[in-house]
Design a protein around this ligand. Structure first.
Ligand code: NDP
Length: 257
């Protein structure tokens, strides 16, 4: 589908496989790709980053950058590299995609599993948002527009429907205590950021990609990553004041928190 540039600069965490990789692939392949696609992952030069290295080699707009979302020096290092590439411009769109799943049940769950899941799914997105805030604020200020949008400045947190307390979907079949609790907590982080950053011109929202065939979603998932990302990119393109602070799925439907 023909699409205007979503944003001049976009950063995606966890972009070496799954949803993050497909996001970067579709952004780079769009008719008017962003000027800068900062494709980050924790093992940028190693084997885990191979598919992304190959993609980056074919698209000059993709800059592959090391970023482990639970390692503060790594986040700060990535921020400095991004700042250098931007040459005085701000960062328009931050997509916190990196996440980990957990199948733990009431019987198998332990403190270590809870904390490890929270580290990546809650602390990670918050710390990344915090460190990149000056660049997002710069983009919001320099945009010369008033409204909120992904092309001006935005933080998008990839969430999950199973983290919705309102829906409490399929708990008996798939308890996933650490994962569900972490996404519910991540959602609160998104809501707080939305409230706090709205007046600075930065939009924040949570997006559920659907149940998607990735390592995390497994082969059982009904939807391809291509289909889900087409939907997500369309939704990102129409976010505004009205959807700032919302929890939406890949089709733009509102979900209860
Ligand atoms: P995958 O397991 O396929 O990929 C997860 C990605 O996150 C990998 O790139 C992984 O990198 C990265 N990651 C994990 N920990 C870190 C870290 N500390 N620093 C940087 N990157 C990290 O999952 P999906 O692509 O399916 O999931 C992406 C997001 O979508 C997640 O937030 C997930 O919760 C959410 N989601 C997915 C659904 C699905 O059906 N697939 C449904 C609902 C939500 P590495 O290769 O180094 O491990």
């Amino acid at each position: 589908m023909a699409m205007a540039t979503l944003a001049r600069s976009v950063l995606v965490t966890g972009s070496n496989r799954g949803i993050g990789l497909e996001l970067v692939r579709q952004l780079a392949a769009s008719p008017r790709p962003p000027q800068h696609i900062f494709a980050t992952c924790r093992d940028a030069s190693g084997l885990r980053g191979k598919a992304l290295q190959e993609l980056a080699a074919r698209h000059p707009s993709i800059k592959l950058i090391q970023l482990d979302t639970v390692d503060l020096p790594s986040i700060r290092g990535a921020m400095q590299t991004v700042e250098t590439h931007l040459e005085g411009q701000g960062l328009n769109l931050l997509i916190n995609n990196a996440g980990v799943g957990s199948q733990a049940t009431l019987q198998s769950v332990d403190a270590q599993e809870m904390l490890a899941t929270f580290a990546v799914n809650v602390v990670g997105p918050l710390q990344v948002a915090k460190e990149f805030l000056p660049l997002l604020e710069k983009a919001a200020k320099d945009a010369g527009t008033e409204g909120l949008s992904c092309s001006r400045a935005a933080i998008i947190n990839v969430s999950s429907k199973v983290g919705s307390i309102g829906l409490c979907l399929g708990v008996l079949e798939a308890p996933m205590y650490p994962y569900r609790a972490s996404k519910a907590a991540q959602n609160m982080v998104t809501r707080c950021l939305a409230e706090e950053l709205r007046d600075k011109g930065i939009l924040c929202a949570a997006i559920h990609p659907g149940w998607v065939k990735t390592d995390m979603g497994t082969e059982q998932a009904p939807m391809t990553v291509e289909r889900s990302m087409q939907g997500i990119l369309e939704v990102l393109g129409i976010l505004s004041q009205e959807t700032c602070g919302a929890f939406l799925d890949w089709e733009g439907n509102r979900l209860p928190w």
